[in-house]
Design a protein around this ligand. Structure first.
Ligand SMILES: O=c1ccn([C@@H]2O[C@H](COP(=O)(O)O)[C@@H](O)[C@H]2O)c(=O)[nH]1
Ligand code: ZN
Ligand code: ZN
Length: 592
């Protein structure tokens, strides 16, 4: 089984480790500061083929200035990858770097430029990715889809794979990028790779997403999947790993031709750490979100014709349990493969530990140059640090139940929405105000609130809309929306606790978090939440104002009938992005 070196150096004096970057983005007391004196970290288990995986980076390349757990930036990550690749060379094994998409929407650094990603994408491009998939955030707007198609995808020399996406810029659909890539690794492993996105329907007209079930029936896929000169299938996908119809279809389409050839899967989109067993030779990993996690996978015991890749640490975990992802499949006890997986925290301590370096010896001119680029790029956007007000307390996305006064959704629905989401001259009207919880994406932490924090908490310019409807239908809207098929997000089935650090349980056990964290509790979040203002005495015939954002008014409108008006803009261009800045400017103290 996996090596657990609990005698390894401990994470002591973390805050004094010099990890904080000097970007002047937001200097304030760090409410999530790691207060424990020591945290165990585990050695990595190297196999013949090894992977580092990122997903859903959403522009967080400057690192998390307010959370020491994830305080490295992409310069540090570049040095980490470079050193790990050198280590792989020395060990005589392969190390591949994979990304599963969603590069846009989530920080001011990424989103406050035209085009979106003007400063972040050149930094991301400095990393030597071996395989990348597209995410839904590359396809929402035509502007970003155009930039991805014309400038980003071609840069990767055939490794930015879009197996089920077409570009539609000229009115004639054509492959967005290469549909697959076939190559032989440095140590002679023959790889066939695909990369899919889930069956996404919210894309602009600039792209066409082919449902995965149709894509795997296409002739190009059948031609490639039926080849016999393949040692491993490598499939990246912007697809939730667990309980996924799409992954099930991809897995089955490969297994139809290759009953035992190793399949390595790299999922994303759900923003969680997770690993899922498809069968004894097919395992998937998902590596979190927002540059908080680097996923590590090692595979050993590849087919006998793979002769040049060494086995530096011997076998790791053999898959003996019935796979969770494919009901009815029996464990293949004859499999020669073994696996290890780890979720590395995105910080300098972790990167130095795994490269056996120190604070003095870790960085090279490569990483330092990238970090300097990040600092000057961030500095070129001084508006990001503009303080709009002081957040009165810390409010969390999913550490606490939405009934808790430490929940962001409780704060939004009980304080923020009633105060600021109202059309001019309609403050006396009874009203309900709904938001999709997916629009709010990061904790709101006590202290100065900047434009950058605004992008982090809600980057979307979805207009606040208003419609008048009788209470008889408005009163059921929230319940109806929770079960609305179109906008429903998959529920995460992993027992994942978001705390001072992540505490993950996946198909391979509970030893995946590379740095062990202290659990502080977690809570599930419904798809929608609602503020109720002055509706306590409403009767069925009372006309109430219903507020929703343009992201889901089409869905909400289906449930509002009888004496309703049409959706109109609530307040000019006032959008979901503007909600917390308006609150900050109008209601929060300026003294912090
Ligand atoms: O205009 C938009 C677009 C998306 N959303 C919300 O974001 C999530 C998708 O984000 P992922 O990073 O892909 O998970 C989507 O489900 C919506 O909840 C939005 O609010 N407005
Ligand atoms: Zn995402
Ligand atoms: Zn996504």
């Amino acid at each position: 089984c996996e090596d657990h070196d609990w005698s390894s150096p401990v994470l002591g004096g973390y805050v004094d480790h010099g990890l904080m970057k000097t970007h002047d983005l937001a200097k304030r007391i760090q409410p999530n500061a790691l207060v424990t004196p020591a945290q165990p970290i585990k050695d990595l288990h190297w196999g013949q083929l090894n992977f580092l995986h990122t997903t859903d980076t959403h522009g967080w390349l400057a690192g998390h200035l307010l959370d020491e757990n994830y305080s490295a930036d992409y310069g540090d990550f570049a040095d980490f990858v470079q050193k790990m690749k050198a280590k792989a060379d020395a060990l005589g094994v392969d190390l591949l770097l994979i990304d599963s998409g969603d590069l846009h929407d989530g920080t001011g650094f990424g989103d406050a430029t035209t085009p979106n990603g003007r400063l972040t994408l050149p930094i991301f491009k400095k990393l030597p990715y071996d395989l990348l998939s597209i995410g839904n955030h590359e396809l929402y707007t035509t502007e970003i889809a155009n930039d991805t198609y014309h400038n980003f995808a071609p840069y990767w020399g055939g490794r930015y794979i879009t197996s089920n996406v077409d570009f539609n810029g000229t009115g004639v659909a054509q492959p967005f990028s290469q549909r697959y890539a076939y190559w032989e690794t440095k140590f002679g492993i023959r790889i066939m790779s695909f990369a899919f996105i889930f069956n996404f329907t919210g894309n602009s007209n600039a792209s066409v997403v082919t449902p995965v079930g149709d894509a795997v029936k296409q002739s190009w896929f059948q031609e490639q999947v039926s080849r016999s000169d393949i040692d491993m299938f490598l499939v990246a996908g912007h697809i939730t790993l667990r309980n996924s119809t799409e992954w099930g279809l991809i897995y089955a389409a490969i297994r139809e031709h290759h009953p035992t050839t190793p399949i390595q899967i790299f999922g994303g989109h759900r923003h969680v750490r997770d690993a899922v067993v498809f069968d004894a030779n097919a395992v998937g990993i998902a590596s979190g979100r927002y540059c908080e996690t680097v996923g590590w996978v090692s595979v050993n015991g590849l087919p006998k014709n793979v002769t040049r890749a060494n086995s530096p640490s011997g076998n790791a975990t053999k898959i003996t349990q019935s796979p969770s992802a494919v009901p009815g499949v029996q464990p293949n006890r004859n499999s020669s493969l073994s696996y290890s997986r780890q979720y590395l925290d995105f910080n300098r301590y972790s990167f130095e530990f795994h490269t056996t370096t120190t604070e003095q010896t870790f960085n090279t001119s490569l990483g330092e140059g990238i970090s300097e680029n990040i600092t000057s790029a961030v500095d070129s956007l001084p508006e990001l640090t503009e303080k709009l007000g002081c957040v009165p307390a810390s409010y969390y996305i999913d550490r606490y139940p939405i009934t808790s006064n430490r929940s962001l959704f409780h704060y939004l629905t009980s304080v923020v929405f009633p105060a600021v989401v109202v059309a001019p001259n309609r403050t006396q009207q009874p009203r309900i105000i709904l938001t999709n919880t997916g629009g709010f994406r990061y904790d709101l932490l006590q202290g100065p609130f900047t434009i950058d924090n605004a992008y982090q908490t809600n980057p979307y310019e979805n207009y606040w809309m208003r419609m008048t409807a009788p209470w008889s239908v408005a009163k059921d809207l929230l319940l109806n929306m929770q079960t609305d098929k179109v906008y429903k997000r998959a529920v995460n089935e992993t027992d994942l606790t978001e705390t001072l650090g992540y505490v993950t349980k996946d198909d391979l056990g509970t030893d995946g978090d590379n740095i062990v964290h202290i659990p502080q509790g977690s809570a599930s979040v419904p798809h929608y939440v609602q503020a109720n203002v002055s509706v306590a005495n409403a009767s069925d015939s009372t006309l109430v104002d219903v507020y929703a954002t343009s992201f889901f008014t089409a869905a909400a409108g289906k449930y509002l009938q009888g004496n309703t008006s049409d959706w109109i803009r609530a307040d000019g261009n006032f959008s979901s992005f503007d909600t917390l800045p308006r609150m900050a400017q109008q209601y929060w103290s300026k003294d912090c």
